[in-house]
Write a protein that binds this ligand. Sequence first.
Ligand SMILES: [Zn+2]
Length: 405
Amino acid sequence: MFTRNRKLSGRILHVFKTSPFLSTIQFSTSHFPFLHLSSSRYDQTRCQHFLHPSFCPVLKPVRDFSSDSIEKMELKTVLDVLEQLAPLSLAESWDNVGLLVEPSKPRPIKTILLTNDLTGEVMDEAETMRCDLIVSYHPPLFRPIKRLLQKDWKQRLAVRAIEAGIAIFSPHTTWDSVEGGVNDWLVGGMGSGKVSVLMPAVSSEAQKHRLEFSCLNEEELNSLLKRLWKIEGSEHFQSSRISSSLTAVVQVLLSHPLVSSSLNITQVQQPPLLGCGQGRLSVLDEPVSVSTALQKMKKHLGLAHVRLALGEQQTLESEVKTVAVCAGSGASVLQGAKADLYITGEMSHHEVLDAVARGTSVILSDHSNSERGFLSVFRERLVMRLGDAVTIAISQKDRDPLQVI
Ligand SMILES: [Zn+2]
């Protein structure tokens, strides 16, 4: 006998009934595997792992780019490698990453120039060396452009790249986020420690919804599920049109009085991508003094000077056990992080005062000085992936616009 309080259980791919009369349906926008959810076993089964293999860079050549294939190295091949080393899905939503300029006439990629910023001087350098691809960490094209004129320096650079047939790629926050990327490199300057991510990344590819409802009986559930399957034309409720398919499914469910009154929709939270995200916190294996921390970071960043704000009650001899870092302009990521020391490129006067009042010391290196050193780390990874087929250079003209006189 079926009652309203007893529920059928099922999910859309293979309807099963682990706990009678509760129906659970799950949607996904990607081809990631479904989590196997049911009302009674949700907690035990929700931890299915879905890390994409490309999130774990493996530093070995993906292909044998032997010398006879030098002439054949295509832009797409290089782009594939770049995206394997730091998937574009890791970028912040506001960012503008990936291929930004693509020449109309494809040509083999023989020379790649790595730079933190694409300035006029760096473009001069790229043209002189007959560069085929510029990898600029900061995206030289960021805001929407309505025209390409010579009076705007960024538009001018875009025109020069197009005329010279040079492609431009920008990784930006994908490098910040990826495990082993800019922020891991930055925190590594303080020595070994137990490192965690301040703002963990979550998968942007899979949005899942869990729908639960009650049915009068098994026949009604089966009838309902048949109608739902027809919406997508298959038993797989996978669709890139998540909003439209979800709406259509909900409309069907709402047409049944009992189902309608019991329907519960929840968005399934994605697990964080291990090791990826913005900012890093390190609990140092060997605590150091503030003074030693300064020396370590100057050496790591290759700088003669950095700026220091001592936290309240702190001295140069105070002990630093925990360090929070964020490359570039890190205040929004570091805000609230409990650490003895913040390391970033730049913070505003008031953001520094806030940190100091909490007893946290701050080291500022100027924006791009906290990022640029990673170029040589990344160059090694590219060389390992592309072999001798491509010349990979780091810009000699790229530098932070600020200098201490
Ligand atoms: Zn930056």
